[in-house]
Design a protein around this ligand. Structure first.
Ligand code: ATP
Ligand code: MG
Length: 230
């Protein structure tokens, strides 16, 4: 496991199914970067049947986004408990912010500590590729680990490699609902790329059909920007 020389405060953006979760877990294995995935947090809350979980279950099933107020409360609580609000810390966000109001709220939380985002990755994956992946995706809810029946199957069918616990399909991976999620992304999340372009040399885009094509480029760019600690 390597450490980065300079603090990286990263955000992964990309359409649903672009492989944000997969890129995140590969980065974590290599660099020891703590990560926070909004989708994983919500799925855990649903599994635990909390109040947020009950609201989330309904909305996620429809492929819609949760209200910004709910989301921002959940994430800022999580950031605070993890003591991430300092310019010296390295971390990675996956799935939050994904609307303009969420981005502005996050800026407001981070900028006073001079801990604003300093690296925004945009994953670009063709639509047909994404649809195919969604049809073959399985997840381990407690850890957020993602498998694909075609190119990244679990060692034993139906169970998580690490814990041996059962894998499930996400209810929102249904093709009809998936279309809504994709529309939500186009409409609400793509404007963020412009939002962050205005903040300097933050945004870096990478395209590819598979996570194996994207990951080495991402790793190289992380090292280029933040260096490896001696
Ligand atoms: P993938 O996990 O394949 O990258 P995704 O980005 O659509 O796809 P998640 O990030 O796991 O999926 O989110 C699943 C659902 O949780 C979203 O469709 C949405 O309903 C809700 N959600 C997650 N993050 C947010 C957010 N920042 N704001 C509002 N809703 C959110
Ligand atoms: Mg995800």
């Amino acid at each position: 496991m390597q450490k980065l020389a300079r603090p990286a405060r990263m955000l992964l953006l990309g359409p649903p199914g672009a492989g944000k979760g997969t890129q995140t877990s590969r980065l974590l294995k290599k660099f020891d970067i703590p990560a926070l995935s909004s989708g994983d947090i919500l799925r855990q809350q649903i599994a635990e049947k909390t109040d947020v979980g009950k609201t989330a279950a309904d909305i996620i099933k429809q492929g819609k986004l949760l209200p910004d107020t709910v989301m921002t409360a959940v994430i800022s609580a999580e950031l605070a408990t993890r003591h991430w609000l300092a310019a010296t810390k390295t971390w990675l966000l996956d799935g939050f912010p994904r609307t303009q109001p969420q981005a502005e709220l996050l800026d407001g939380i981070l900028h006073p500590s001079l801990a604003g985002l300093n690296f925004v990755v945009e994953l670009q994956v063709p639509f047909e590729v994404i649809l195919d992946r969604i049809a073959n995706r399985l997840v381990h809810v407690p850890s957020g680990r993602v498998y694909n029946l075609t190119y990244n199957p679990p060692k034993v069918p139906g169970v998580d490699d690490v814990t041996g616990e059962p894998l499930t399909r996400r209810p929102d991976d249904d093709p009809e609902i998936f279309r809504t999620r994709l529309e939500e992304y186009q409409k609400l999340t793509t404007p963020l790329i412009e939002h962050y372009r205005k903040q300097g040399d933050l945004v870096w885009s990478v395209a590819g059909d598979t996570s194996d094509i994207i990951y080495p480029q991402l790793e190289k760019e992380v090292i280029r920007r933040f260096g490896i600690a001696p």
